[in-house]
Write a protein that binds this ligand. Structure first.
Ligand code: AMP
Ligand code: MN
Ligand code: MN
Ligand code: MN
Length: 277
């Protein structure tokens, strides 16, 4: 089976490595096909593609779009997109401007519990001033000594019911999938096991995703517990989804799974990457 990693982040969003460095790390780890999928921004794709071409790595243009569905946030990965497509660029620009307002709200919520200067603090960790995420706030909180590492920040801050949380409305599922389709790409539901939902809601998510034109789900994600694999493979078969595989790598020392190092896709599924061969 082809060694693919179809989900990772560069410093254009909340990853730690530059796009070209990510391509080199992928090859060093044995990856044969890579998609860069930064949150809500396609600014790293040109550099990653150029580097990939020079080192013989197959490259797929990607993006990870933040979506609000009912009362939760979902992530949808677009693969094989044209980064220059107007409809996608416009949608992503709107999400990024919403991120700015949200970051101000998060900083105010942290100030209310005595943590001052969080907007500037988070921005100092953001390589791309157009994209500030909770990860950048988390790095700032680690720097302050509020938590020992980025992962544990999310146990005590920045999530619903904890200091620094600020509710935000992202794109609708319909819009996100229309932007991806409008840019010639296919939509993949990212890390389904990360959503804290029961069975009925998961079925609503998957049905709505399919109805909006979604074609695949991440059966393998570096952020899933390994024992979720069989259940996700079953869901993919039941709904007729193709299967994707990605590490969701953000950076050395920060991510559990290195680029290219997630579980293998189980047999009997249609790999979404067949479309990009
Ligand atoms: P945002 O899009 O600004 O809400 O930030 C979401 C990002 O925060 C995700 O893409 C992850 O990189 C990070 N994140 C969210 N939850 C966790 C968690 N429990 N542990 C580590 N990182 C997390
Ligand atoms: Mn992230
Ligand atoms: Mn995600
Ligand atoms: Mn991701």
């Amino acid at each position: 089976m082809l060694q693919v990693d179809l989900h990772c982040h560069s410093n254009v969003s909340d990853g730690l490595l530059a796009p070209a460095a990510l391509a080199r790390r992928a090859v060093a780890n044995g990856v044969e096909m890579l998609a860069l999928t930064d949150h809500d921004d396609v600014g790293g794709l040109a550099d990653a593609r150029t580097e990939a071409a020079s080192i013989g790595l197959r490259f797929v243009d990607g993006v990870e779009i933040s979506v609000s569905f009912e009362d939760i946030t979902l992530h949808v990965v677009g693969l094989g997109i044209d980064p220059r497509a107007e409809v996608l660029a416009k949608g992503l620009a709107d999400i990024r401007s919403g991120r700015r307002t949200r970051a101000e709200g998060m900083a105010a919520a942290l100030a209310a519990v005595g943590i001052a200067g969080a907007l500037q603090g988070a921005a100092a960790f953001a390589h791309n001033p157009r994209l500030i995420s909770r990860t950048h706030f988390a790095r700032f909180l680690v720097q302050l000594g509020a938590s020992p590492d980025v992962n544990s920040v999310f146990d005590h801050y920045l999530v619903r019911g904890k200091p620094g949380y600020f509710a935000h409305r992202w794109a609708s599922m319909e819009d996100a999938l229309a932007w991806i389709a409008g840019a010639g790409g296919v939509s993949v539901l990212a890390h389904p096991s990360r959503y804290r939902v029961g069975r009925t809601k998961m079925e609503r998510i998957l049905s709505a995703f399919r109805d909006c034109g979604g074609v695949a789900i991440e059966v393998v994600s570096g952020t899933h517990a390994p024992d979720k694999l069989r259940e996700l493979a079953r869901l993919a078969r039941r709904y007729g989804f193709e299967a994707s595989r990605g590490s969701d790598f953000h950076g050395p020392g920060e991510s559990r799974t290195d680029i290219g190092c997630s579980q293998l896709l189980p047999d009997g599924l249609t790999p979404v990457w067949q479309r990009f061969l």
